[in-house]
Structure formats: C-alpha cells, structure tokens
Design a protein around this ligand. Structure first.
Ligand code: NAD
Length: 482
C-alpha cells in the first residue's frame, strides 16, 4: 500500500477527484505514491483560501516570513538525502543528482528567507518643491504557479519561495508526472508555520486544474515553466482574463555548445557529456547542439564516444548509475521518434540510441550522438528533451557563433576555448540569456538570475534578487507637506 497524497486547500489536506499513480520510471512495477487529482472545485476553493489569507499575510513583517522560510530551508537541507531519494525514484535522476536538487531547493528557501528582510525601496527627489517621491514594492496578490516534471523540487522551490517572501499567497499546480516532491515541499512549508490559505497545493491535470488557474479572476499572476506549446496557451489565457494577469514563462531550449580548435579536449568532452546527457538530457539547459570546429572535430567525436561508452545507464537509485531512465513512455516515444527523424534526414548515428533492458522494467535509452548534421535538420531545431545530441561541424569561430545563434530558442549557450578573445566575443554576442565559458550549458547558481531570450522565456527573470520583478508590483507615492 502506498500513501495517498492529498491536496492542501486552506490549510486542510483534502482528497480530490480520482486517485492517480505516481510511477517510478526505473521500475514501472513500483508505485511511488497515489495522489488525489484535484478538481476545478478544489482549485476554486484553493484560490478563495489564498485570497482570504492575502490581506493578513501581505502585512506580516519580513521577520515573520523569514522565520517560516528559514525553518523550512533547515528541514529540506536536513532531509536532503531522503528527499533526493524520493526525487530519483519519482523522476529518474540519479541519486547524487536527486540529492543535489533537494539541496538546491533548501538553499533557495534559505536565500529567500534572507530576501524577506532585504526588500527596500527608493526615495527620489521630486521635480516639484516640497514634494517627496517614494518608490516601494508590494506583493502582487494570489499567484498561480505551474511547474514541469524535470526539476520536481527545485522549480516549485524557486517559485514558491520568492512568492511567499514578498508577501504573496500561492496556489501551486505541479506536474502530474512528479507530484510527490512538490507535495513534500508544501508539507514542509505548511508545518513551518504558514497561516492557513497562504500556500495551497492542487495536483492534477494541466487541462483541468491548470486551465482553471489561468482563467480564475482572483489570480493576479501566473509563473509557468514547461514547454513552448503550453507556454503560449498560458500567456494567451493570462491576457484574455479579466483583469489581465501578470505572466512569466520559462520554456524550452536548443542550447549550443561551441567547441573551438583551441579548446582543452578533456574539458570540452566533459562539458558536452555532462551538458547533453546528465539528468537523461531532460534539462531545459541541455547542450543538444554540439557545434565543433573542423580541426578538433574528429578527436572530439572519438573522445566523446569513448566517454559515452563508459557511462552506466541503469536504475536511478543504483550506486554507480550515471544516467537514469527517461521519465515515461511518452517522452521515450518522443526520443525514439527524433532518433528516426534524424536518421531519415541523413544524420549519422555515431553512438547509442537503442533501448536497453535492465533488471527492472523501466524506460532505459542508450544516450545517442549524431554526427554529420546540419543546423537546418529538425534534430538541430526542435527540442527533443532526452539524451540525444548532434554534432555540427563548422569551419571557424564566426560560423560557430552564427550557427549557435541560428535558433528560435535562447536559454543557455556555451563555448569551450582557450582564447580570451573568442570567449569575450561569445559572451557579448551570444543571443542566450545565460552564457558559459568552459562550463556545461546546464548547471547554474541559485542566487543569480535564471532565464533566456527569444522563444525560451517571456517576462522577468527568475531567481536571485531579480525574482522581485515578477513577485512584486511597484508603487510610486508622492507626498507634500506645507
Ligand atoms: P508541459 O508544458 O507539458 O507542462 C508543464 C506544466 O503545465 C505541467 O504542470 C502541466 O500539467 C501544465 N499544463 C499543461 N497544459 C496546461 C494548460 N492548458 N493550462 C495550464 N497548465 C497546463 O511541460 P513538461 O513536459 O512538464 O516539461 C518539459 C518542458 O519544460 C520542456 O520544454 C523544458 O525545456 C521545459 N523546462 C523549462 C525550464 C526553464 O526554466 N526554461 C526548466 C525546466 C523545464
């Protein structure tokens, strides 16, 4: 018997409509949890509870909010191993990756605990005599958070923590594939002392509870992370609702890693393998396009294949596993479909791409590397979101930069080079929100802005103090005293 996870509405744990199963992708016989699918009525009750809690919560002192977030941060960090194990079992990241993500969630909560007491304003001299101008930030209201399955504890943390720190009330709808991590985080925050209704959790389908959250008139802002297709719907619904909602979207990527002839080969291969394949390639910042200069191309491909051959693809919880399973059957089918598409377009499958059998039934895929690809192929243009990457050969730095920027996405971009000139030029001229030099395109700090450009992101950045921009609204107050 697994535990049935319930929704948190107005401070009470409630069963919703149908029960759903949360299945371990490393072993589909293992049901991690059953969880209560929320209904639209549950969602409406959650928004009503958040709205009722907002006047008092938004007027709490920074110290009161600090105490709660700090207590939750301490519990997440103390339980990082257990939470990391839950994450790996639910999502399929390896155990070290799962523990790393749980740790990051704790660090994010601790950072935003500090933010509760750091938020200040500005006093600006007026252009009129005797008049003072104050610019302050206030909470936005009830904030709806919609999260994807691939960072099931860190993304809920990096949305919930700033929302609460700046005095908002929250309704979160986590991905239906991975609700247990979000549930655990909400449970910790709830027990840390949040007043009833300040944080509400409604699990369930995007098309029902997610859509209802977007359309609810009492929700003032939506922060969404997920695919571009869903992101477009989210933005359209936020603009169509009355009143219009503030909206922030973090979406997909087709992130380039440029490898120049003067790169340190070992560093370049490490960056490529880590960036493209770790976390089973299921990262929005994954380096799915490896753009390699002709002089190092063959050595880079050979060394990358050698490294891939040594990677262990197996149960996420097994010691020694480097790459866990794909998250579910549907994502696995997508990965296999793209492998076929690339081959049909003339790309050469240089390594991997086949299904693997392991001790337990799971979605195991050998990481795939394509060579002889062009940037015009679908494998170079569309996000696969799996352990699949392709090498594009270029003649020089200028062509590498042009190919790197020739994409509708713009989340992260990397370059491996020992040339300060090229590294500096790339940092300035890459059309991505995050640029890495001699580092993988994936793997970021929690205290600095995160986000992209072009089709990858819409609205203000997440994380660090930049999160203020979305989770607060600015007030300009003028006063005159004779
Ligand atoms: P998805 O778009 O399928 O789902 C994301 C969330 O939206 C889920 O909670 C889902 O239930 C919900 N949803 C679906 N339809 C909805 C609707 N009509 N109304 C409201 N909500 C709805 O994405 P996914 O498959 O969970 O995640 C993978 C995607 O997320 C990839 O494209 C990846 O690049 C992206 N991602 C981006 C970032 C980033 O920060 N840029 C981080 C992680 C993942």
């Amino acid at each position: 018997m697994t535990e049935m996870l319930k929704n948190l509405i107005g401070g009470e744990w409630k069963t919703g409509g149908n029960a759903s199963k949360d299945v371990n992708p490393s072993n589909t016989n293992d049901v991690v949890n059953e969880y209560a699918q929320g209904t639209v009525a549950d969602l409406n009750a959650a928004v009503a509870a958040a709205k009722a809690a907002f006047p008092a919560w938004s007027r709490t002192t920074g110290q009161e909010r600090y105490e709660i977030l700090k207590k939750a941060a301490d519990e997440v960090l103390a339980r990082r191993e257990e939470l990391g194990k839950l994450l790996s079992r639910e999502e399929g990241k390896t155990l070290p990756e799962g523990i790393g993500e749980a740790t990051r969630a704790g660090q994010i909560l601790a950072f935003f605990a500090g933010e509760c007491v750091r938020l200040g304003g500005e006093m600006i001299p007026s252009i009129r005599p005797g008049v003072g101008v104050e610019v302050t930030r206030e909470a936005v209201g009830v904030v709806g958070l919609i999260t994807p399955w691939n960072f099931p504890i860190a993304i809920p943390a990096w949305k919930i923590a700033p929302a609460l720190a700046y005095g908002n009330c929250v309704v979160i709808k986590p991905a239906d594939l991975t609700p247990a991590c979000a549930w655990a985080l909400v449970d910790i925050l709830n027990r840390a002392g949040l007043p009833k209704g300040v944080l509400n959790l409604v699990m369930g389908r995007g098309s029902t509870v997610g859509q209802a959250l977007l359309e609810h008139k009492d929700v003032s802002a939506i922060s969404f992370t997920g695919s571009v297709a869903t992101g477009r719907k989210v933005a359209a619904a936020c603009v169509a609702s009355t009143p219009m909602k503030k909206v922030q979207l973090e979406m997909g990527g087709k992130n380039p890693l440029v490898v120049l002839d003067d790169a340190d080969l070992a560093t370049a291969v490490d960056c490529a393998v880590n960036g493209a394949y770790f976390s089973t390639g299921q990262r929005c910042t994954a380096s799915s396009r490896l753009i390699v200069q002709a002089g190092i191309h063959d050595r880079f491909v050979a060394a990358t294949i050698d490294k891939l051959k040594a990677l262990v693809v197996d149960d996420a919880l097994k010691q020694g596993t480097h790459i866990g399973p794909v998250v579910d059957k549907s994502q696995l089918d997508t990965d296999l479909e793209y492998i076929k598409i690339a081959q049909s377009e003339g790309a050469k499958l240089a390594w991997g791409g086949e299904l693997l059998n392991r001790q337990t039934p799971g979605f195991y895929l050998q990481p795939a590397l394509f060579t002889e690809t062009t940037n015009a192929m679908r494998i170079s243009r569309e996000e696969v979101f799996g352990p699949v990457a392709n090498v594009i050969r270029v003649k020089d730095y200028d062509e590498a930069l042009a190919v790197a920027n020739d994409t509708e996405f713009g989340l992260s971009a990397g370059i491996c080079t020992s040339s300060l000139k090229h590294a500096t030029h790339f940092k300035r001229n890459s059309e991505a929100g995050m640029v890495m030099v001699n580092l993988p395109t994936a793997g970021v700090d929690y205290h600095v802005p995160f986000g992209g450009r072009k089709g990858s992101s819409y609205g203000p950045r997440e994380q660090g103090t930049y999160a203020r921009e979305f989770y607060t609204t600015v007030k300009t107050a003028y006063s005159f005293a004779k």
